[in-house]
Ligand binder design. Sequence first.
Ligand SMILES: Cc1cc2nc3c(=O)[nH]c(=O)nc-3n(C[C@H](O)[C@H](O)[C@H](O)COP(=O)(O)OP(=O)(O)OC[C@H]3O[C@@H](n4cnc5c(N)ncnc54)[C@H](O)[C@@H]3O)c2cc1C
Length: 261
Amino acid sequence: MRRSGFLMTEPDIASSDGSNIQLRMERKGDHYLLNGSKWWSSGAGDDRCKIFIVMGKTDPNNPDRFRQQSMMLVPAGTPGITVHRMLSVYGYDDAPHGHGHVTFENVKVPLDALILGEGRGNEIMQGRLGPGRIHHCMRAIGAAEVALEWMIHRMWDDRKIPFGKPLREHGVLIDWVARARMEIDASRLVVLNAAIKIDQKDAKFALKEIAEVSYFPILVRRVMLMDCAGQGHGPNNVSYHHRPRRPGPRCRWCVPGHTSC
Ligand SMILES: Cc1cc2nc3c(=O)[nH]c(=O)nc-3n(C[C@H](O)[C@H](O)[C@H](O)COP(=O)(O)OP(=O)(O)OC[C@H]3O[C@@H](n4cnc5c(N)ncnc54)[C@H](O)[C@@H]3O)c2cc1C
């Protein structure tokens, strides 16, 4: 199965503001020339990743800074593209998926590689990221659910008897489980509400509901990394040899600093 990578984030600018994107897409007769640098390009490390969706600037002098960018479909093997390395997430390279650091040096791309039209890059990005948020929230909720499951499993481990009683009889752990259950359920309902609104019309119609779901992965991150998968597992919390640490890195939205989607 073929896959694609979405290349927006750049090393030298604040990429959470799409209007900052610098990769140059210069029209030269019957083609564009692409020059610039991208990183955190998820999927770039995978052999099946055959096409890059690249965001860049076709019109850097446009007074409307949200009309300067465009998006193009660029085959991953086009001459001038170099995938330098995979960036690690909490020490993992996430192979074969991989988050690549990719450069473009005089990459020649035909005019029909342009998606939708020149200057419409930000528009495409916003259209994609709204529903994308829902998708990431669903994954975050799934990961939190697994973390809670592990926590309950640990609490029922009769070899773990601190201060004369099993973990499941310690009030603070019961409190964590109760809160986690409520936060996960609340998150799921908010995500469902946003999804229903998108289905009723489109992402723009669901702007407020999509903004609401953005808040919940933070709660879910606390469930996963701190209380349940984290604190409840003692030192396994800080060890990459143990499962509880994994849901965080596996789930993009749970990585501090991931803001664009
Ligand atoms: C695992 C992983 C996978 C990724 N995959 C991809 C991918 O496939 N394609 C891609 O293009 N990018 C990807 N990214 C990159 C990610 O989307 C960017 O890191 C993000 O857009 C932030 O851009 P930046 O790193 O330039 O940070 P900056 O824009 O410099 O922002 C730095 C920090 O400032 C804060 N901040 C920024 N804006 C605001 C605001 N409006 N309000 C409050 N705080 C704010 C946030 O904490 C943010 O993390 C990935 C990142 C990770 C961690």
